[in-house]
Write a protein that binds this ligand. Structure first.
Ligand code: SF4
Length: 317
């Protein structure tokens, strides 16, 4: 069997604070195939952004394996990592933090082009900047503008053009549309789909918004307190969520909260601290279906066809 484009195995990310050790990511496995979109979803604080940051190297992993095109990714900042930089890019939530206000749009997009290939003369690079702007639906006149002259949606398009400049195979999008108005979100999501079709790009799409996931992803991985609790093809996850936490996430979105004549149970309360995750099933303190075994034992991921569920209720009979 060929290895997926991205293969993460037993990923652990811990860091020390004055209050103790934060177990941000605790044994995560995930795969992203060539040209595939995997959405990684969960509440804020579940560790999904830390997974993204570990993959691109800006959050050092504590242990585990992150393989890209069949090779273990060396740490960021090492010479061995350099060949992977163009192929694995990230788009962040806040375009203002990603774009240098002193640079024109053209200079911002030209920067990664130069790093990837300093040889082409300026005229050739200008043409490539114009082509990248066109790719993200902006005309070449944007090259001479500064970030403060652009709307939020236009800035995020520039960030996308910048990420695409090195012709990546995988884009990690961390809440990339969360800060945008709903109508602009839809435009950027359509653009991401078009770019995927044209370039064969794969996406790891990190979001807390299940409505967004439904329209962009092939598969969904749901995260709770540092662990994956369910992985499923997108349609299957929305049609019949297998994990009580996935049900709770769907229940929190009014348009997704009903299944036939059944209303999904809403989960109340805050996600517990990753400093002291609950014993047993980590979801048991909020789970409407918890029973006596749940606080005592930690469920594994039970596979059933293409779906994996970390809940005793999904155990084979
Ligand atoms: Fe709920 Fe128990 Fe399943 Fe955990 S194992 S999700 S507490 S029913």
């Amino acid at each position: 069997m060929t290895e997926p484009l991205l293969a993460v195995r037993a990923l652990v990310v811990r860091y020390e604070t004055e209050a103790g050790t934060v177990r941000a990511v605790d044994g995560v496995d995930l795969d992203v195939g060539v040209g595939e979109t995997l959405a990684l979803v969960g509440e804020s604080g579940c560790g999904k952004s830390t997974v993204a940051r570990a993959i691109v190297g800006i959050a050092p992993k504590t242990s585990g394996s992150i393989r890209f095109s069949g090779t273990e990714l060396p740490p960021l900042g090492t010479a061995r990592r350099r060949p992977f930089l163009p192929r694995l890019q990230m788009v962040f939530q806040d375009p203002d933090a990603s774009l240098d206000p002193r640079y024109t749009v053209g200079a911002s997009i030209d920067e990664p082009l130069q790093l990837a290939d300093p040889k082409p003369p300026r005229g050739e690079r200008t043409r490539r900047v114009a082509a990248l702007l066109e790719d993200v639906g902006l005309d070449e006149t944007f090259a001479v503008r500064y970030p403060h002259e652009l709307s939020g949606g236009q800035k995020q398009r520039v960030c996308l053009a910048r990420a695409l400049a090195t012709n990546p195979s995988l884009l990690v999008c961390d809440e990339a549309v969360s800060a945008l108005d709903v109508s602009i979100q839809a435009q950027i999501l359509n653009l991401l789909r078009e770019l995927q079709e044209r370039r064969g790009l794969a996406y790891l799409f990190i979001t807390h918004d299940l409505r967004v996931v439904r329209h962009v992803s092939d598969r969904v991985a749901v995260m709770y307190l540092g662990q994956i609790v369910e992985t499923a093809p997108t349609e299957e996850l929305f049609a019949s969520p297998a994990h009580p936490y996935t049900e709770a996430l769907l229940a929190a979105v009014p348009s997704l909260s009903k299944r036939g004549d059944r209303t999904l149970p809403v989960v109340r309360g805050e996600i517990p601290s990753p400093l002291r995750p609950p014993a047993g099933c980590r979801f048991h303190t909020r789970c409407p279906r918890a029973f006596d075994r749940c606080p005592r034992e930690s469920p594994p991921l039970y596979p059933k066809g293409p779906v994996e569920t970390r809940c005793f209720l999904a155990a084979p009979e």
